[in-house]
Design a protein around this ligand. Structure first.
Ligand SMILES: C[S@@+](CC[C@H](N)C(=O)[O-])C[C@H]1O[C@@H](n2cnc3c(N)ncnc32)[C@H](O)[C@@H]1O
Length: 415
């Protein structure tokens, strides 16, 4: 069975830039009543309990790993390894760790808006336990991202593989809710290639690594590059981002750079001080609005296939070809459906019947150009239809005020 390689119209991006489909607004909590852009010092479960229901758009959590390191680690040259053996990472065992995990996750779920999503980062020591807790509490996992460390610490004793990655779980509070995902922004950030779930980013080092008297201020300070992707992909300018394990305040630092509000919770007064100093520099620096609203975020207006018939671009009785080689032929019906070998349905449904796999019909059905007799993918016609049928109510101009949930949503692949 011939299947067509998806072809993209070169005009698509510019069309997308001029249009935007509105997503329903998420409930908003009055910002004035929230401790925005502040660090709440104390135990995270207690502090979370003081926040109102459904008041944050995004959670990024970097909880204790429960590494259970009891002995010091030494390199072959007898220098000590900077391992995570801090008091904040000590738990009596799995039951205590699990109870703690469920406690803070439950609170995060309560304070998250229904449209919100949560990211949790961890290593093999804890991420499976966290994943189970997330699912048990009703979160719906959207992705697991592998942060591949381009400069990992070697396994000094040579008894295992070098541990060169951490895992980020990304989950939504309500399965199927219209949560924010800036697919196009991620693609733009990645030189126009769709961003994959393996992120190669170096460990936090050099000038970015905060030091006190020449020593690392925190054993697990995360690189800003990691948070940049998290926040850019899954939040909007002006959103409230909560980090219940704030540490040195990496989430806050990136939120400031991207024009998001943040709330941090941290128990250790030393880290609170470190983070406060780090964030003081950016606290009154606002990011120009124009730099945060970009065309790549805008969702192209939806064009039903039937609009091509209404606009006279295609005619009932005309034939369409599946793939560029005229292997399969279908008849266009007056109601916008196709008929192929007794199967009737939308361009996507008939495509699916042919390939026995999910199919975006816009990329696979071809029509014959009457002038040249060449085959053209029907997605080209969709672009024409978009331009002809421009509806100003569906277009968000770059300078318009931000709407809640303006990111692309996952259900529009076949719009
Ligand atoms: C893995 S570190 C987070 C590092 C942070 N992402 C950064 O880039 O600096 C976890 C942090 O959570 C804090 N923490 C651990 N248990 C806590 C609790 N019960 N309440 C509040 N903070 C806690 C620790 O003090 C530590 O700074």
């Amino acid at each position: 069975m011939a299947t067509a390689k998806p072809r993209r119209s070169s005009k698509r991006a510019s069309t997308a830039a001029r249009r935007h489909a509105r997503a329903p607004a998420a409930p908003t909590f009055p910002h004035a009543q929230l401790p925005l852009d502040r660090i709440l010092e104390g135990d995270t479960i207690e502090r979370l309990a003081q926040l109102p229901d459904q008041c944050v758009d995004l959670v990024f959590a970097d909880p204790p790993y429960n590494l259970q390191l009891r002995n010091e680690l030494w390199r072959p040259n007898r220098t000590k390894v900077d391992a995570v053996d801090d008091s904040w990472d000590r738990f009596a065992g799995f039951p205590e760790y699990d109870a703690f995990t469920r406690g803070w996750l439950q609170q995060c779920r309560r304070v998250l808006k229904d449209t919100g999503t949560i990211w949790v980062i961890g290593s093999y020591h804890n991420i499976y336990r966290v994943g189970t807790a997330l699912m048990d509490l009703g979160f719906w996992i959207l992705n697991d991202i592998v942060w591949v460390k381009s400069n990992p610490m070697p396994n000094f004793r040579g008894v295992r593989f070098t541990n060169a990655h951490e895992t980020l779980l990304w989950a939504q509070k309500v399965k199927g809710a219209k949560s924010t995902f800036h697919h196009r922004a991620m693609k733009a950030l990645n030189d126009e290639l769709q961003m994959r779930s393996d992120w190669r980013i170096p460990l936090c080092s050099g000038k970015e690594r905060i030091k006190i008297d020449g020593q690392k201020a925190h054993s697990t300070q995360k690189p800003e590059a990691l948070l940049y992707r998290v926040l850019l992909s899954s939040s909007n300018p002006g959103d409230v981002v909560l980090d219940p394990f704030f540490g040195t305040g990496t989430t806050g630092a990136v939120a400031q750079r991207l024009g998001r509000h943040w709330i941090g919770i941290e128990r250790d007064p030393t880290y609170v001080r470190v983070a406060t100093q780090r964030l003081a520099k950016g606290i009154n620096r606002s990011v120009p609005h124009e730099a945060l609203e970009f065309a790549t975020d805008l969702v192209p207006a939806r064009v039903p296939f039937g609009a091509l018939l209404e606009q006279g671009v295609l005619q009932p009785g005309q034939e369409l070809y599946f793939g560029p080689g005229r292997v399969e032929t279908a008849l266009v019906l007056a109601n916008g459906h196709l008929r192929w070998k007794g199967v009737e349905g939308s361009i996507h449904q008939v495509g699916r019947a042919i390939t026995d796999a999910p199919c975006n019909g816009w990329d696979h059905w071809f029509y014959e150009d009457p002038a040249t007799k060449n085959l053209q993918v029907i997605d080209v016609l969709r672009e024409h239809a978009r331009r002809n049928g421009e509806d100003p109510n569906r277009v968000r101009k770059g300078s318009a005020p931000r709407q809640q949930g303006t990111g692309a949503t996952r259900s529009r692949a076949q719009d």
